[in-house]
Design a protein around this ligand. Structure first.
Ligand code: SF4
Ligand code: SF4
Length: 344
């Protein structure tokens, strides 16, 4: 494993990190084996969030004795300081630490949200105070929208920005990453496997190895996945012409259905949470069954109310056929529910 600068923070981290969403689906003991395998293979950056079920608690237990070697990243959805204080205290307790290395605002959706978070005496000021107290080392955000990512790198408010990085939504690599590099702002790459649609982990990660200043954070649910990722980084094979052909083929296949979760299609006039419905494949494989139902039941039921007004299609920069796609996801969701009921 090689270690690279985390932007201009002055610290080095492993060139690939560990994403803490999938360990929600396994037991505490298994989560410990997975996280310890990541540490064993030299991974030093671990990312989670206070909304990832028991992920923080599992990580806190698994890293006993190794905390000082690690860069812990977590997130808060708070929109006001008292809520963030609660979230921060809880994250510190669950992660069994007295400081968070990278504390992220969870998904700033647009400029209006950014302005609200940075308003005087708002959550950004709270983070600054927590930083001065030593509870937070670096102030960060996660972002799903390309425009907001570009904006974040231009204004330089954050030490670290987490955004999607994969060869399908490659506009982040093409347009946002160069700005991050120019301004020397650290990047964490979520969804390196396109939220689960890229099956070839080697291809996905070799593509991202072209951008060594950005740290992909693949989520792992099995020790074998950690070992596979470690091997890919040990071998460091460059992309071949055959790889590029495969990337182009997969992009072409998925181009008409792959949702970048940018949110431009919303709000839907019928109140459908389009982005959430479009994430069904990723949610299904990453979360426990009860959480899948909890997250999606209401939104999937609402899909029936789609009036085919076409507003979302007009707003989607990737020309996705949104109404047909959400109806397909609803059918998939109903089949998934029936299968789970049969298993129970
Ligand atoms: S076409 Fe359907 S999903 Fe799209 S905005 Fe209209 S009602 Fe909402
Ligand atoms: S459907 Fe299109 S506009 Fe809506 S979140 Fe997905 S990619 Fe973005």
């Amino acid at each position: 494993m090689r270690y690279v600068d985390l932007g201009n923070t002055g610290i080095k981290v492993s060139e690939v990190g560990f994403g803490g969403i999938p360990i929600q689906r396994v037991s505490f003991d298994e989560a410990e084996r997975i996280v310890r395998a990541a540490i064993h293979h030299g991974i030093t950056l671990i990312d989670t969030a206070n909304v990832y079920g028991d992920s923080e608690e599992k990580i806190g237990r698994a890293i006993a004795g190794a905390r000082d070697r690690l860069v812990l990243c977590t997130k808060s959805t708070a929109k006001d300081p008292p809520t963030m204080q609660r979230h921060l205290e809880q994250s510190l307790r669950l992660l069994r630490t007295d400081y968070i290395d990278v504390y992220q605002l969870h998904n700033i959706r647009n400029r209006e949200a950014y302005d609200g978070l940075l308003a005087p005496d708002g959550v950004f000021d709270f983070m600054k105070t927590a930083q001065a107290k030593g509870q937070i080392r670096f102030i960060a955000t996660s972002i799903h929208s390309l425009d907001m990512a570009k904006f974040a790198f231009q204004v330089g408010t954050f030490d670290v920005v987490q955004m999607p990085l994969n060869f399908i939504s490659h506009e982040f690599c093409d347009e946002a990453l160069p700005l991050a590099k120019t301004n020397n702002i650290a990047v964490l790459g979520m969804k390196p496997f396109g939220g689960g649609v890229i099956e070839d982990a080697g291809l996905a990660l070799r593509y991202l190895q072209q951008f060594p200043w950005a740290i992909p954070i693949p989520g792992c649910q099995y020790v074998e996945e950690v070992e596979q990722i470690a091997r890919i980084y040990e071998q460091k094979a460059p992309l071949t012409p055959a790889d590029l052909e495969a990337i182009n083929r997969i992009r072409a296949e998925l181009g008409r259905t792959f949702c970048r979760a940018c949110g431009y299609c919303e709000p839907c006039s019928a109140g459908i949470k389009i982005q959430l419905v479009m994430k069904f494949d990723a949610i299904k494989v990453r979360f426990p069954h009860e959480k899948v139902l909890d997250l999606l039941e209401e939104s999937m039921a609402k899909v029936e109310q789609c009036e085919n007004c076409g507003e979302c299609v007009a707003r989607c920069p990737y020309d996705l056929p949104v109404p047909e796609t959400i109806k397909t996801y609803r059918q998939k969701y109903l089949r998934y529910k029936a299968e789970q009921a049969d298993k129970a």
